[in-house]
Design a protein around this ligand. Structure first.
Ligand code: BLA
Length: 239
C-alpha cells in the first residue's frame, strides 16, 4: 500500500542526486519469516551522495496484517540540515499511522527560522494530517519539529490522496533545502553536527517502537542487529 511512496522517493532521488549504493550488513538487507499465518518480508535500501551521507528506506510487508514504509535521510556532516524522517504504518485497513518530519538537530531560534518555519505553509495545507497526537515512545520536543505530519487515519483513500500530496510537497521542500545548503567548513561546526546526528541515532535506537514488531517476526537477535547495525548504526546497544 505504500509502494507508490517508495517508488516516488526512489525516482526523485535518482533524478536529483548522484547516488551510489551503500552496503547493508549481511542478513539485514532482506528477511523473510513464515512464523505467522502471513509471510513477513522486510527489505531495505541504502545509498549515499555528496549531499546526503546516508539515505535509507525499508519496506515491511505482512500482507493484510501490516505494511510499513520507513525512511531517514542523513545529510552530510558539513550540513546542519534536519534529517528527513518518514514512518508510515498500517495495521489492517483501518489502523493507519503516518509520521513525516524534518527532524531538527538543534533547537535554537535561528535554526527554527531557517529550517522549520518554511514547513509551515505546507503543514497548513494539510491540517487534517497534523493531529497533535500525544507521543508515547518519543519526546515530541526532541528531534521533532512543530510542523510534523502526524496522523491516525482510517481510510486508505486518504493515504492515496492527501497523504501522497503532502508527502510530495514535503519532499520537494526538503530537496530545495538540500540543494540550497551551504557547507560548513569549521571543524567545530562539523563536530557539533557529527555529535547531533549520533545522538539522534542513540535516542532513536533506544526508543524504537518497532523493536517488538521486528522481534515477533524475525527474532530478537535479528531485531537487535537491524536496529544497531543498520537503522541507527551510530548508536551503541544498551548494555
Ligand atoms: C510510531 N513507529 C511507530 C510505531 C511503530 C513504528 C511500530 C508504533 C505504532 C503504534 O503506536 O502502534 C515502526 N519505527 C518503525 C519501523 C521502523 C522504525 C518499522 O524505526 C524502521 C523500519 N519513526 C521513525 C522515523 C520517524 C518516526 C524516521 O522511525 C520520524 C518521522 C516517528 N514513529 C514515529 C512517531 C511515532 C512512531 C512520532 C509515534 C510514537 C509515539 O507515540 O511516541
Amino acid at each position: 500500500m505504500y509502494q507508490p511512496f517508495l517508488d516516488y522517493l526512489e525516482k526523485e532521488l535518482f533524478k536529483r542526486f548522484d547516488l551510489s549504493s551503500q552496503p547493508i550488513p549481511p542478513g539485514l538487507e532482506r528477511q523473510v519469516s513464515d512464523r505467522a499465518k502471513h509471510r513477513a518480508i522486510i527489505q531495505s535500501w541504502c545509498y549515499q551522495c555528496p549531499e546526503l551521507r546516508k539515505i535509507r528506506y525499508t519496506y515491511m510487508d505482512v500482507g493484510p496484517v501490516s505494511q510499513v514504509f520507513n525512511s531517514v535521510m542523513y545529510p552530510s556532516h558539513c550540513y546542519d540540515l534536519p534529517l528527513l524522517g518518514i514512518d508510515f504504518l498500517a495495521f489492517g485497513k483501518k489502523k493507519i499511522l503516518v509520521v513525516l518530519d524534518f527532524q531538527p538537530l538543534f533547537s535554537d531560534e535561528a535554526y527554527q527560522e531557517k529550517y522549520i518555519e518554511p514547513m509551515r505553509v505546507i503543514r497548513d495545507r494539510y491540517q487534517d494530517l497534523a493531529q497533535n497526537l500525544e507521543m508515547k515512545f518519543y519526546d515530541a520536543n526532541q528531534y521533532f519539529s512543530k510542523y510534523l505530519l502526524f496522523a491516525k487515519i482510517d481510510s486508505l483513500e486518504t493515504v492515496k490522496t492527501e497523504v501522497f500530496e503532502a508527502y510530495k510537497d514535503y519532499l520537494a521542500l526538503y530537496w530545495q533545502m538540500v540543494e540550497q545548503a551551504e557547507p560548513l567548513t569549521e571543524p567545530e561546526d562539523i563536530e557539533r553536527i557529527v555529535k547531533a546526528q549520533k545522538d539522534y541515532d542513540q535516542y532513536s535506537a533506544d526508543r524504537d517502537p518497532a523493536h517488538g514488531l521486528f522481534s515477533s517476526y524475525f527474532g530478537s537477535e535479528w531485531a537487535e542487529r537491524f536496529l544497531y547495525e543498520f537503522l541507527f548504526e551510530d548508536a551503541m546497544p544498551l548494555a
